[in-house]
Ligand binder design. Structure first.
Ligand code: PMP
Length: 361
């Protein structure tokens, strides 16, 4: 049978070892006689799963002690509302949120935040990350929101360690949904980091929020209790029933990441995989990627055929070779290869071989 490589942008490929273990434990978790799906979230079995997941994620990202990790629901998009709802309670009415606009996901964040605050687009480009020196920040802004990897546009921040230089006077909020755990980051530079799980963490339905302690307890009165970061933190993500099975799978992914060598090793592999793929795209003008080289995403690689009339033939040939879900997002067209942590370099090599074959090289 043809080997399948799944290039979906998310929900996305998960490590085979994780799925195999989950299958083996599906009906009876560790002799408990229960599936993880059937367990009380407050019982000792699930609490041990939860605590291990939290501890392993903290270790993988070197999350400092003065940060809380929340396992929430609602996906990345809900955070576009929940972050303002949670951070604006102590700000004067009419506060401003600054944004760096780099593509589709920051555009959505900007639109949603406009319901709760004034928004200022401090810099914009959808083919590069504007240099920090050009950001026109609002003095006294509540915070600065950035999407550090634009999943659709394929634009990734590539400042030192993927993060801009910290500033005492600016609170950074980052949507890291599509590249969290793929590169070493300095969590202490951020006030809030959030990420939907369905790319590098686990199944859809879990949302990770990493928040500095002193930012808790600043929610607007209208913030729903189940989404109040302080209530969630005070209750170890169990103010209401958390997405237990998703947290369990995320925990297995974290164990897998640790066994593979952690985030530094993922970054090394991501660099190698991305370099291999972009080199094939750049070889001649048969394919095109329109992102400034320094900001090309290591996770999501959008590309176009020069002759777009061959798109369907390209996708059909890819599918016949077991290379799945390469169609680009409908808003931008073309193709997109998402090469998350769980995509082995063999999958990227198989795609490169096909790119060369299709181009008649
Ligand atoms: N932010 C980014 C960077 C994303 O890639 C996505 C999903 N592709 C979202 C937010 C939205 O996530 P969700 O569908 O989980 O709300």
């Amino acid at each position: 049978m043809t080997h399948i490589y799944n290039f979906s942008a998310g929900p996305a490929v998960l490590p085979k070892e994780v799925l195999t273990q989950a299958a083996a434990e599906m009906l009876d978790w560790h002799g408990s006689g229960m599936s993880v799906m059937e367990m009380s979230h407050r019982g000792p079995e699930f609490m041990s799963i939860y605590k291990a997941a939290e501890r392993d994620l903290r270790e993988l990202l070197a999350v400092p002690d003065n940060y809380k990790i929340l396992f929430m629901q609602g996906g990345g998009l809900s955070q576009n509302a929940l972050v303002p709802l949670n951070l604006l309670g102590h700000k004067p009415a009419g506060a401003t949120i600054d944004f760096i606009y780099t593509g589709s996901w920051s555009a959505k964040s900007i639109k949603e935040a406009g319901k709760y605050a004034n928004v200022n687009i401090a810099a914009s480009s959808t083919t590069s990350v504007p240099p920090q020196s050009e950001w026109r920040l609002t003095p006294g802004a509540a915070y600065l929101h950035m999407c550090t990897n634009e999943t659709i546009d394929g634009v990734e921040y590539d400042f030192d360690g993927g993060v801009p230089a910290a500033r005492q006077d600016v609170l950074f909020v980052a949507d890291m949904s599509s590249h969290i755990l793929s590169r070493v980051i300095d969590v202490s530079k951020y006030g809030v980091i959030f990420a939907g799980a369905q790319k590098n963490i686990g199944p859809a339905g879990v949302t990770i929020v990493i928040i500095r302690d002193d930012l808790l307890g600043q929610a607007l009165p209208a913030c729903p209790s189940a989404f109040d970061f302080k209530l969630v933190a005070d209750n170890e993500s169990m103010y209401n029933t958390p997405p237990t099975y998703g947290i369990y799978i995320a925990g297995l992914v974290f164990q897998w990441l640790k066994a593979q060598g952690g985030v530094a090793e993922m970054e090394r592999r991501a660099k190698a995989k991305a370099a291999l793929l972009y080199a094939a795209l750049d070889l001649d003008d048969f394919y095109q990627n329109r992102v400034a080289p320094a900001n090309r995403s290591r996770m999501n690689v959008p590309f176009y055929l020069k002759d777009e009339s061959r798109n369907e033939a390209f996708l059909a040939g890819a599918k016949a070779r077991g290379l799945l879900q390469l169609k680009g997002h409908k808003s931008v067209g073309g193709m997109r290869a998402s090469i998350y942590n769980a995509m082995p370099i063999e999958g990227v090599q198989a795609l490169v071989d096909y790119l060369n074959e299709f181009a008649g090289r």
